[in-house]
Design a protein around this ligand. Sequence first.
Ligand SMILES: [Zn+2]
Length: 109
Amino acid sequence: METTCFICGAPEITLQRYPSIACNDCVSRAVNWEGKPVQFFNAEYGAGFMATFEDGSVDHDTTYTHTAYIDGTPVFVNEARFGGTVVEPIDLLPESWRDRRPGQHKPGQ
Ligand SMILES: [Zn+2]
């Protein structure tokens, strides 16, 4: 399925399951709530979600809130259903995660 990046409008090929995603170029500009560059990974082999800083250390806030920013636009970041990670419009952030705020993360959550 062909669609366009919801940030920059570049053409994107995507699985139908994700009709609106950010392209790799835009994802590479993602920052956390403090403006620090972040990257997104699976926490384990092909599953789970985690965000890390450029030095490889875990960004617990972004991992917990599933929210990052691209060019000032908040985005929803998550594990993709079949492995990898996906960046979608913030509207798609599940309701049960919307109350999460940076700094509220506690170990084990
Ligand atoms: Zn883009």
